[in-house]
Unconditional design. Structure first.
Length: 144
């Protein structure tokens, strides 16, 4: 059965939740989880999500946020989360999710698609080198 990638739907929550937990390394904050899901399924929200289905099972997720930017009139697209269940890894699912998001970004005429990835995540770095251009910026965060 071919891989199916589609937007998340309200009834996907029970299948999305284990992937969300995996993405967050099991550190679930209930209020954040509840709000994130509400944003993902709210069509007026700037937070969006896609899922990858393999043989009817949710194998992976991707979340992205669209926002205005000072560098362009068109909004930018920030890919925040990409997660594939362990038993579905090394099958090209993460790449397919990112490529589907790129199709959406081009169709919607976003100014750019960008993301951050941990330098220590070798699998992600290997994938992202094939998909995008690495810029040499340092990320700084001010805890509030």
């Amino acid at each position: 059965m071919p891989l199916i990638i589609r937007p998340l739907e309200p009834n996907d929550f029970p299948n999305w939740l284990p992937l969300w937990d995996g993405n967050n390394m099991g550190q679930r904050h209930e209020a954040v989880t509840t709000e994130t899901w509400a944003r993902l399924i709210d069509e007026s929200s700037a937070v969006h999500g896609l899922c990858a289905l393999q043989n009817g099972e949710m194998a992976g997720i991707i979340h992205y946020i669209t926002h205005p930017t000072t560098g362009s009139i068109e909004p930018a697209c920030y890919m925040q989360d990409v997660y594939v269940a362990e038993n579905f890894r090394q099958q090209g699912i993460a790449k397919a999710l990112v490529e589907k998001l790129a199709v959406i970004a081009k169709r919607e005429q976003y100014s750019r698609l960008y993301w951050f990835a941990d330098n220590g995540n070798e699998a992600a770095q290997k994938l992202y080198r094939t998909l995008g251009m690495k810029l040499d910026f340092a990320l700084h965060i001010m805890p509030l």
